[in-house]
Write a protein that binds this ligand. Structure first.
Ligand code: ACO
Length: 321
């Protein structure tokens, strides 16, 4: 994982908008987050990727695929994955981006697993990198306190560890619950009325991230336990036998509700949102790295990963480390 060095506390945000450390901590569990001071998404991603390669004990030349996930890519094209290839020198890799918002890591690992299973690739680098502070509205107290910047990366190889089951889903009809617009029309041939006519979310104009917090909350508290149950059941692994659960880090209340519904103790839920906030698709690989580096993640451990996010999307994976 890699996070930019600048720490922004809840008290710092209370100087910008009408909020308080008490409100943010109580409603979300977030105490601080990191914000980039200009380092773009590919830089955070490169730092995480280089560490993942070192940890895995491989050479960049061995990587035959890079899957990059982000909702804050620096360029429409080239893809973030191609930018990372250029930076780390993974010259044999086929590179592509995927956008499943905060569920990105789950979707990417699901895809990587299938490439490995069919022989389409043998060493895959997944990089999840976000500079959410670029699309955050720092005048909107209901969203600006939630997000942080960070990156996480993993190397996935055939014949190492084991993926038991994975499940990914989408609910496009609820897309308006969480969205951010991309580039504007700049062509001189465009009529303003036409743009508005086709804007699916025209009731919420603006170029920042917009969220219906309660709708996302309701989706998340239902989706997360359902998806974990689903993959555990298919894998024949009772939820109680999991060693760790790594949930997407959006809100501690969502994680506690999921733990209660699954009858899993909070000591098995991996948490880092108190220190980094919601880092979108980077949150799960960041937690994985912290858990691994802490020495608590043993070979053979059974882990469930679960994400949800814009789209709306959700997914879960149960694997053996
Ligand atoms: N400080 C103080 N008051 C606030 C703040 C703030 N930062 N934000 C909102 N409030 C106020 C609201 O204005 C509202 O006041 P009102 O009753 O006078 O209108 C009151 O607090 C309650 O607002 P709610 O939105 O009902 O608060 P809620 O308890 O639902 O918490 C939250 C809001 C934290 C956003 C919650 O809904 C949530 O966590 N939702 C899910 C968000 C999420 O997971 N997002 C990301 C998922 S996908 C992704 O990661 C990109």
């Amino acid at each position: 994982m890699y996070v930019p060095p600048m720490v922004v506390t809840n008290d710092d945000l209370a100087k910008l908008v009408d909020t308080s450390d008490e409100w943010i901590t109580e409603r979300t569990g977030i105490r601080q987050r990191r914000f980039s001071q200009g380092a773009p998404t590919w830089v955070l991603g490169r730092e995480a990727a280089l560490q993942a390669i070192e940890n895995a004990g491989i050479e960049a030349g061995e990587i035959d695929m890079i899957i990059a996930c982000s909702v804050t890519s620096d360029y429409c094209t080239p893809s973030l994955a191609c930018m990372l290839q250029r930076e780390i020198g993974a010259e044999s890799a086929a590179c592509w981006d995927m956008n499943a918002a905060c569920s990105g890591f789950i979707f990417a690992l699901d895809a990587a697993y299938r490439y490995l299973a069919t022989g389409g690739a043998s060493t895959i680098l997944i990089v999840c990198s976000e500079v959410l502070s670029r699309i955050t509205d720092f005048e909107d107290r209901s969203t600006c306190v939630l997000f942080g910047d960070g990156a996480g990366a993993v190397v996935v190889k055939k014949d190492e560890g084991r993926l038991f089951e994975s499940c990914v889903r989408s609910q496009g009809k609820s897309g308006g619950a969480l969205f951010a617009r991309s580039g504007k029309f700049t062509s001189p041939f465009v009529k303003k009325e036409e743009i508005e006519k086709y804007d699916l979310f025209r009731e919420n104009p603006g170029c920042h991230l917009v969220m219906e917090g309660r709708e996302v909350y309701r989706f998340a508290v239902a989706a997360m336990p359902e998806m974990i149950n689903n993959v555990c059941e298919k894998a024949g692994i009772p939820c109680g036998d999991l060693d760790w659960v790594i949930p997407h880090q959006a809100n501690i209340r969502i994680i506690k509700t999921a733990a209660e519904r699954l009858h899993i103790g909070m000591e098995k839920m991996v948490i880092n949102l108190d220190r980094y906030g919601n880092t979108s698709c980077a949150s799960i690989p960041m937690c994985l790295d912290e858990l691994n580096r802490s020495g608590r993640l043993k070979r053979g451990a059974r882990i469930a990963l679960a994400g949800f996010g814009a789209g709306l999307t959700c997914g879960a994976i149960v694997l053996e480390w």
